[in-house]
Design a protein around this ligand. Structure first.
Ligand code: ZN
Length: 423
């Protein structure tokens, strides 16, 4: 059955005719570059809702040009532990969902994020073209460049004549750089109804993609002692910073207990003045592990360490947090989608390789929803999350073609739909 369909569609849409459908991409580089500079110059740090809204408006304009239906979803406030150790909530920006052909049974999800890691008061705020052919600036690679590549590839796909039976779900969130707490339930709901997923995180400068991804969790430990004057009533005080130091020691000792499981104590804070025994201190940490078993192990090891630990007389430690990015393993279905991208790259003369990484992104969450997802379809670039971030300008059309041809291969039947592979 499948072999028959394959040969029929191959006759209809052979290699040369699919490549011919990519012609509209030629010459789009300069416009994309100009738009990317404008988008990079608008700060959209996850906490800068006003800036995120500006990018949301621009993205809505760009994807509306494709004729897609636009939905804007307001996110619920998410729980967080403030610098004072108190539980509070924080509001994140919206989710944008652009849809084409809502009744199509074969659906492709393309996802990205509007936010960056750079706060509104960061000194890194402007994009600059450099002589070496790179665009240096905040979000150029991660991932405003990727959003524009996605839009351009979809513009080509929509003109191809092959899109009629394929549903498209573009979902853009505003909190990817702060763990997607507010957006992941919605994104996973959309992902569950789709057949192939692409996320537009940057590829490496040499074009390599991220394959299997580690999972990740964030935890906060609030340590509470008792305040007292350091001179008059020192003995009545219970030093929360000393307690936090014991918490750090106990948690850090979990490193090395299990292969490829790491805990990074990333932040500690506490105390008010040098003449006050500190009442409160906070320890924040991030964990990484490669398999669901390892993630479950480290989660329960942290819980056990905090609930059963002794951190000093009259000192309590309260744990918050969880695994928020499940591990994303390489599966036969995912491998099949990677092979589709590799074959598109082969037709284009663009070598496509992938390697496992300790990093994670929304691709992890889409995978949890059962969606085979290649999540580094964005521009080539490097030094993301730093002031050296750049995107390679010559990769704009190259990566647009790679995405467009991958979509066309799926739509034409030349490539296998990954969910048709036994899982
Ligand atoms: Zn990103």
């Amino acid at each position: 059955m499948y072999a028959h369909q394959h040969s029929a569609s191959w006759r209809l849409f052979g290699l040369s005719s699919l490549l011919g459908l990519l012609d509209p991409i030629t010459g789009t580089r300069d416009k994309l570059l100009e738009t990317l500079i404008a988008w990079s110059d608008i700060n959209s740090g996850s906490g800068n809702i006003e800036g995120v809204e500006k990018i949301a408006t621009l993205a809505t304009g760009r994807f509306s040009e494709l004729g897609y239906d636009v939905q804007r979803i307001e996110t619920e406030p998410v729980a967080m532990i403030g610098p004072d150790g108190q539980e509070g909530t924080i509001q994140r920006g919206p989710i944008l969902h652009f849809t084409a052909r809502p009744n199509a049974t074969r659906r492709i999800m393309l996802a990205g994020h509007l936010d960056t890691v750079f706060p509104v008061n960061d000194s890194f705020q402007k994009a600059v073209i450099r002589k070496d052919g790179t665009l240096h600036g905040p979000g150029t690679a991660d991932m405003k460049g990727g959003l524009l590549v996605m839009a351009q590839a979809l513009a080509c796909f929509e003109q191809s004549g092959l899109a009629d039976d394929i549903g498209i779900d573009v979902v853009l969130n505003s909190d990817e750089e702060v763990a997607s707490y507010a957006s992941s339930p919605y994104m996973e709901k959309v992902a569950a109804h789709c057949d192939a997923g692409f996320v537009f995180e940057p590829s490496m400068p040499d074009g390599s993609l991220a394959g299997a991804r580690a999972g990740s969790g964030n935890y906060d430990v609030v340590v509470t002692g008792r305040a007292a004057h350091a001179g008059r009533e020192f003995d009545k005080g219970r030093n929360a910073i000393a307690g936090a130091a014991r918490v750090v020691g106990a948690l850090n000792a979990l490193n090395g207990q299990r292969d490829a499981v790491t805990l990074n104590i990333g932040l500690i804070a506490g105390g008010t003045a040098l003449n006050v025994v500190p009442e409160r201190a906070i320890v924040r940490l991030n964990v990484r592990a490669r398999t669901p078993d390892d993630l479950a192990w480290v989660d329960s090891a942290i819980r056990e360490t905090i609930t059963s630990g002794d951190f000093g007389a009259d000192i309590t430690a309260q744990l918050h947090g969880r695994i928020h990015r499940p591990a994303k393993p390489m599966t036969p279905q995912l491998e099949s989608l990677f092979e589709t991208v590799r074959s598109a790259g082969g037709d284009l003369g663009v070598p496509v390789r992938w390697a496992a990484t300790g990093g994670c992104c929304d691709g992890n969450n889409l995978a949890r929803a059962g969606l085979p997802t290649v999540d580094t379809m964005g521009v080539r670039g490097a030094f993301i999350h730093s002031h050296d971030e750049y995107a390679v300008i010559d990769s704009f059309e190259e990566r647009t073609r790679l995405t467009a041809l991958s979509l066309l291969k799926l739509a034409s039947g030349e490539a296998v739909w990954p969910k048709d592979i036994a899982s």
